[in-house]
Write a protein that binds this ligand. Structure first.
Ligand code: ZN
Length: 159
């Protein structure tokens, strides 16, 4: 069964910044499971999955614009230091900050006495990425999954 819109695909991935060592892989845990065609993963990767089937192994280059987007200027924000708890902070560090919009990965820019400047760009913004993909299996989605726009059950949404 080929991967196309409204099918559910399970796959392993390894991701690296173009030309560099991998930064993350699903190989040491469960594969990722997504409903195709509903924007649940970055657009460049979703497009690359289409037409493949279980057992396929392939590599794909995804430009920043089709991954986490280009870096945007002016996304710095000054945050009271107490929001970071007891963590020891240093410029360049990536930390997860609880915001009004939920947890968000930010990069520390500058640490002051009582405030911290952070960059709200996604840590992978502006980066061209390379993925190695291994398709585990493909199935038809349930009508309810299509209606909700995400996968239910094993590895998916639990309501
Ligand atoms: Zn649902």
């Amino acid at each position: 069964m080929k991967i196309e819109k409204d099918r559910v695909v399970r796959f392993h991935y390894t991701v690296a910044e173009a030309g560099q060592e991998p930064v993350e892989s699903s190989k040491d845990r469960d594969p990722l499971v997504i409903l195709v065609g509903h924007g649940n993963i970055i657009p460049g990767l979703e497009k690359a999955l289409e037409g493949h089937e279980a057992g396929d192994n392939f590599g794909v280059d995804v430009a920043a614009a089709d991954a986490y987007g280009e870096r945007r200027e002016g996304l710095s924000q000054r945050v009271p230091k107490k929001h970071f708890g007891e963590q020891r902070l240093a410029p360049g560090m990536q930390v997860v900050l609880n915001t009004n919009f939920g947890p968000r990965a930010v990069t520390i820019e500058k640490v002051g006495m009582s405030v911290v400047d952070v960059d709200l760009n996604h840590p992978m913004a502006g980066k061209d990425l390379h993925f190695d993909i291994e398709i585990v299996d493909v199935r038809e989605a349930q009508p309810e999954e299509i209606e909700h726009g995400h996968v239910h059950g094993d590895g998916g949404h639990q309501h």
